[in-house]
Design a protein around this ligand. Structure first.
Ligand SMILES: [Zn+2]
Ligand SMILES: [Zn+2]
Length: 314
């Protein structure tokens, strides 16, 4: 069967959400152009911006690095990896390709770890937390701490934007979770045009947010990325709501291909309308311990609160 776009090459894949059979070249071009459309649609970054790519090393990281380094001036790019420090979950191989990719293009590379920044690895933190009976999932610690480390580096090194590799599956799950929890403020903040609530925050943008996870995997494979992705051992402790939402969305997607895409698009449009009419919110207060922004009506940020509870504070 020939590709529905070029009508020359053999098709290798049925892109279910468009109903088209595509060859590898047209598939790669399609993914790339949809990423570009999303970047332009929300003015995620401009040519003069210094971008810090937060890469963990998996297939999504590869796609992000491959695409962004082909559309942006590489002298204005940097990459950061925060190693979690999870027993049985090595990052060495992931870091190898990131390091060689950065070297080849002359991109600055920062490698740090939760242990270097806090004095405790993620496994050590989780063990400590379990011992003290603090009911917080490893994913919560990991996400919160990594976000904060990345933001700090971006700010101190003068980057204009932090660029992350979240895909459509991640983002539609997050949107639905925020709706189910009734968390309007988070729903708005995860929008690409969401308000920047503190001068201490460097804006985070997600160019892959309209690309399915399977598309990232196929793109990475076709571009020669060798992934033998090892699953994080904490996957089974992932917050149950996310696991349920994920399964539910996949069921809908299987019956009605394109569901995730339409869902995130309508959320984007609704939030955009809301933002156009909303008043500007005041800046967030800062944490009395670490000086980073915290939520309204709080004097201690969530990170410091948790780290205090487990006895790790710096
Ligand atoms: Zn084609
Ligand atoms: Zn704090």
């Amino acid at each position: 069967m020939k590709c529905d776009v070029c009508c020359v090459n053999d098709a290798i894949i049925l892109q279910r959400h468009t109903g088209r059979y595509l060859c590898s070249k047209c598939f790669i071009d399609d993914v790339k152009s949809r990423i570009l459309d999303e970047v332009r649609r929300y003015e995620m970054f401009r040519g003069s911006d210094k971008l810090l790519l937060a890469l963990s090393g998996g297939k999504d990281s590869f796609v992000l690095f491959d695409v962004v380094s082909s559309i942006h001036d590489v002298s204005r790019l940097g990459v950061i990896t925060v190693v979690e420090g999870i027993v049985g979950y090595s990052r060495d191989e992931d870091i190898t390709w990131i390091l060689s990719g950065c070297k080849e293009l002359g991109v600055d590379y920062i490698k740090t770890s939760i242990k270097d920044e806090l004095g405790f690895s993620l496994t050590e933190l989780v063990d400590l937390s379990n011992k003290l009976g603090v009911d917080v999932s490893p994913c919560t610690y990991c996400g919160m701490i990594r976000r904060r480390i990345i933001n700090k580096y971006a700010r101190e090194l003068g980057y204009d934007k932090v660029v992350t590799a979240h895909n459509l599956d991640d983002e539609s799950q997050t949107a639905l979770i925020n709706i189910l929890r009734g968390d309007l403020s988070r729903l708005i903040q995860s929008h690409p045009k969401g308000p920047k609530l503190s001068p201490l925050f460097i804006r985070r943008v997600k160019p892959l947010r309209k690309i399915y996870e399977w598309e990232c995997a196929l793109y990475a494979y076709l571009r020669g990325f060798k992934f033998q992705e090892v699953e994080c051992p904490y996957i089974t402790t992932r917050p149950t709501l996310r696991a349920k939402v994920r399964e539910y969305l996949y069921r809908l997607e299987a019956v009605k291909p394109g569901t995730l895409l339409r869902f995130l698009n309508i959320i984007d449009d609704l939030v955009m309308k809301f933002l156009e009419n909303a008043n500007r919110l005041p800046d967030l207060p800062t944490c009395r311990l670490c000086g980073e922004p915290t939520a309204y009506n709080r004097s201690l940020c969530k990170t410091c609160e948790l780290l205090t509870r487990v006895g790790v504070i710096r």
